[in-house]
Design a protein around this ligand. Sequence first.
Ligand code: 99T
Length: 203
Amino acid sequence: MKLFFSPTSPYVRKVVVAARELGILDRLELVVTSASPVDSGAPIQGYNPLGKVPALLLDDGTVLFDSRVIAEYLDGQAGGAKLFPEGAARWPAIVLQALADGMLDAAILTRYEQVLRPAEKRWPEWVEGQMNKVVRGLDQLEQRWTGHLSGPLDIGCIAAGCALGYLDFRYPDLGWRAERPALASWYEGFAARPAMQATEPKG
Ligand code: 99T
């Protein structure tokens, strides 16, 4: 299987961390791929019409996207119900993943606004609205999710860890730890896992 990969993408990181934790990373060939909302000719668009990474090319030519679908597929390849629990435990795992991915969506839209959009076209209120989503997500992680995060590893825990890692990477001055001691303490331990250490964003 070929995984269209970027070393700075937290969604790619989530998939790679999941593959490592499932013990099937050796089945993925990582193909470094550029993706940008303002690159109309990027080759990834031939595999994923949304032009985004990650995408997973299976040996029979099927392409899977996005990161949530790929992570669940890999879980199945590893026997199933490991990172995506069955029964009642499935819902908190995938809601936590949706929360963490949604925080990332807002953080990445903000980054594109600040890095890609021409300065004269930037809209500060829109950036503020996006970053407020990140802040509310951080608050909910601290208030409602630290018990779950400290339990068995699932896709929600991995997504949350990758989201926090992305905030540290792209927004080092955010200072999210100051008022969220339980989340900071959980992340310190989670970030030390070999799968997280091996996938620290670079670039
Ligand atoms: O938006 C684009 O056209 C290109 N962006 C991407 O490919 C980003 C890379 S993170 N990926 C996604 O937005 C995937 C989101 C999807 N819902 C999923 O897979 O879960 C790049 C971040 C950075 O370099 O700072």
